[in-house]
Unconditional design. Structure first.
Length: 215
């Protein structure tokens, strides 16, 4: 909940699907590397099984698509290739909208953090490329916690890094929303990065204390 003064003191952003429209890139990379295993991973299937989940959970779901069945380990063996492919594609794309860049520049009164299930090596180059890494006081990524979303640990760790008492979380996935709520934080749910600036500004406006009307 916001503070008694009606103010959040920080904003914690998920990355994929919130700050950056990277899910189509992740999908294209996974689809390419698992095709030799006889797996046809289409976009709608990836959206259903792959957004907001850990890589092993996704690998289990991908393995179940194969006919004949392949093992989870066979899918996970493709992960280094997928990761390298993602890094290559990310260098030639700009998945962070300009409207989000402008939003972050306007939030100097708040401590900001990125809280993601992706690896920092996948996230930081995109933040640097967009010129927004400097806005974030903390980055919590895949290797920073043992228990990942939907456990509360990632959001609790981010808040602890700058002693945030009243964070607002911006999320797009069910696992991320559950994680933030389990940490005791308010959540703004968005369906895409395009919604983020309007949704954040609306939530911050609602949190402001009402002013008495002048007579």
């Amino acid at each position: 909940m916001p503070s008694p003064e009606g103010r959040y003191d920080s904003i914690l952003f998920d990355f994929d699907g919130v700050l950056a429209d990277t899910e189509p890139v992740h999908w294209a990379c996974w689809a390419e590397v698992v095709r030799p295993l006889g797996i046809d991973l289409d976009w709608e299937t990836y959206r259903r099984i792959g957004i907001g989940v850990r890589d092993r959970v996704l690998a289990e779901a991908i393995a179940a698509l194969a006919a004949p069945r392949v093992s989870v380990e066979e899918v996970l063996e493709k992960y280094p290739e997928k990761r390298q492919l993602f890094l290559e594609k990310a260098r030639t794309t700009d998945p962070i909208p300009q409207t989000t860049i402008e939003l972050l520049s306007s939030l100097a009164d708040y401590k900001l953090a990125v809280v993601t299930s992706s690896f920092a090596s996948e996230v930081e180059p995109l933040l640097e490329r967009a010129g927004i890494r400097r806005h974030f006081a903390a980055l919590v990524a895949a290797t920073d916690v043992r228990r990942h979303k939907p456990a509360p640990d990632p959001y609790l760790l981010a808040a602890s890094r700058f002693q945030a008492k009243h964070p607002l979380v911006v999320e797009d996935s069910a696992a991320g929303i559950e994680s933030a709520r389990a940490a005791g934080f308010d959540v703004v749910k968005v369906a895409s990065p395009a919604e983020v600036p309007g949704a954040v500004r609306a939530a911050l406006a609602l949190a402001q204390p009402s002013r008495p009307r002048l007579r």
